[in-house]
Design a binder for this molecule. Sequence first.
Ligand code: ATP
Length: 903
Amino acid sequence: MSASVPRSPQAPKTARPWHALEGREVLQALGSREEGLEPRVAAERLEALGHNVLSRRSGPSALRILWRQLQDPLIYVLLGSSLLAILLGKGTDGLVVLAVVVLNTLIGFVQEYRASRAIASLSEMVPLSALVLRAGERLSVSTAELVPGDVVLLSSGDAVAADMRLLSGRTLQVVESALTGESIPVPKRPEPLPEGTPVADRLNMLYSGTLVTQGAGMAVVVETGERTELGRINALLGGAEETVTPLTRQLGVVGNTLTLAILVLAVVLLAVGLGRGYSLPDAALAGITLAVGAVPEGLPAVVTIALAIGVSRMARRRAIIRRLPAVETLGSTSVICSDKTGTLTRNEMTVRALWAAGRRYRPDDREDTDPTAELTETALTRGDRPLEELLRAGVLCNDAGLRLEDGRPQVSGDPTEGALLLSALSSGLDPEALRRACPRLAAIEFESERQYMATLHGGARPAVYLKGAPEAVLARCDLGAAEREEVLEEVGRLAGQGMRVLALAGRDAGGLRTLEERDVAGGLRLLGLQGMIDPPRPEALRAVREAHAAGISVKMITGDHAATAQAIGEQLGLGDRPAVSGARLAEMSDTELDAVVREANVFARVAPEHKLRLVRALQAQGRVVAMTGDGVNDAPALKQADIGIAMGITGTAVSKDAADVVLTDDNFATITAAVEEGRRVYDNLVKSLAFLLPTNLGLAMILAVAVAFFPIRDGEPVLPMQPTQLLWINMVAAVALGVPLAFEAHEPGLMRRPPRRQGAPLISRFVLLRTVMVAVLMTCGALAVYLYEAASGDPQAALRGQSMAVTTVIAFQVFYLLNCRSLEDSLLRIGLWSNPAIFIGIGAVIALQAAFLYLPALQTVFGTVPLGVRDLSISLLVGFMVFPIVNLEKALRRQAHAGQRGT
Ligand code: ATP
């Protein structure tokens, strides 16, 4: 068959008015046919035309990032100060300030550049595939491998991955917002259109980047990669991923307020200096030094890095972040609403119980199956017709595939349908032979909203088969009241054991050639039930426990039967309250709903629109909601949730598009892992703040105390450290010590704390108190060392005193950094060596400080003198004091917290 497919490796080079041609002309022009390309031709075209991908959306350009660094108000303050110092004749000081500016801009730039690259590349990792026909065979290929001429089968939820001409299908609706900004679906038709039709009105064309929201159809690829309409737009825009999150915005506000406050303080200090008899240049320099020294320049870089680390660690744990704010929102998640099938359970369905014409059967001899039920194989051997028909319907009304791999049967497609194939196979039927004998003529595909699937078959005895949720199927069957009662009782019995129950029905085809919903609206004969188990994932069980310990509620939301859902919910540790059905949700008032969502953890037979209402009800209680979804109609709920989570394997492209996070393994445990990472990121930011802020406040205080109270000798103010030295400390702290905390591992008790309050201030009372306490300690230490050393009044001793004061502050920072590695726990608990970045930072600081003290060039710039062992020991000892003091504070806080928990 495939031999007759034309073999031109090259698709035509010039763009043709595909929309004006008939479908078969398009196929011909592309050297293809309805059965699709021959695999070899497809491979040759791929080689010749390249992959169907757009040039990387590379995020903001390097220049743009650099420009952004320079737009910070802090930078203006620093530049202005530098200029002022130079104008006032304090050249060295001015240049040091300039060095601070250059260094900070560079660091900020390098870090933000790397982070934005990491973020830009991660958002593209969501894998997508397309269903194509190649030489008549259906194949799922990566969208990157599509070539012109490929015949693609599209169905609701798919992303259109290349520009295509529709060949058949009348029900297709497509959202083209990626191209047109319009979010209302456009119906597509395969008929040719006049040649002059504008792109937006070409109803027989499908464009890359758009999403199929309804229906199904077949289309042929006409353009791929950069040559698609989207490719052209992409080339124009170049793409710019914003890296602003609520946190960075909040930090921006903090930064601006701080800058303003610091400017005011600087002016006050200048006035105080002048009032005490400082010369204008000296007073101005004091003001400038305060301005520069008090600004936490390292902070923006720390935030960007912490977020970027969060994104890449989450990716490693199989959660791909599509929108950056999700990193921090994940950390404050207080309720996770999860699908059941495949997320909390394995989605490995196995039929365990069958029921036909009042008799019970079991497909195998496992211990946990009902021993009173008859083995299906035995029943078939004795010629049990009802059972045979039940199994037969399960095979025919079924899209799953079956093949043998190493002699073992393997199913592909929907696991629910796979289970039906296997139940027939293990009972001794031959599914392939059955399908050949009764070819399918038409079908109504399964959709969650409809809850059933129906097929029409030809062959010796043309028939219609229907399978689906018992409610949906029974409603279409002719059944007496007693019979219905009996069936429902059996459904309840099986579902109560956690089984998913499918009902199957059928009737003669009666001359039907096509199949519409009205053809299966009634008059069917119930064939029986098949009950299948889908065990919970063991890791989901652990993850639910972990979420509960972390104060996060877990709600299971499923399309399954209430009894099935409740039984699985119990197995997962979600309590034994009865499941609330979607229908009940729909008729509740908002107040009722509010009460119900507080208590209930299991929701069954839920339709996508109920999910939206659930999310809103939870959000109205002030909860931060993470919600999973995989279908097209889940998109609104995913968008409404604080964290929308899509499934990477089974999810539709539409749901992935609407989500903030995509799970590459569809696993519930990955959600809790991502929450843990989110908490870690936030913790590390708090740690960085708790480290950086006291340093800056301390430096400002040292200077302020000196200007206000230290004497003026021979017109020269006496200072515990020179302005350039103070700037040195600020620089070193920002470079080497601020950033490593962003790499800190998570704390032992991280997932045993309740979630962070939504909207809690970034600079909490704790950070504020700690900042003041540590700044006062640092000021006292530095001043004490200087005064002790310089007391003699000898100028050399005064110089040494200054160098010692600087070294004391640096030592102080190194020890305080160790303190900051955990907010509450002692260093021993989290492990001294668990974060190597800290020691790289400390090593760098020691090297820099040695250069500062002993390199002649730096001695000239900074006015330092080499220190001996005695001097160093004094500085180290005083610097060390912070360590036990903060540890004591932590112990007291731990005790207070334990007390609170105890009561
Ligand atoms: P969850 O919401 O927990 O992930 P789900 O999405 O698998 O569950 P649906 O797919 O909406 O739930 O299934 C709802 C019901 O439809 C099932 O309980 C089952 O009775 C029926 N059903 C599921 N799959 C099929 C199918 N392929 N054909 C016919 N009926 C089905």
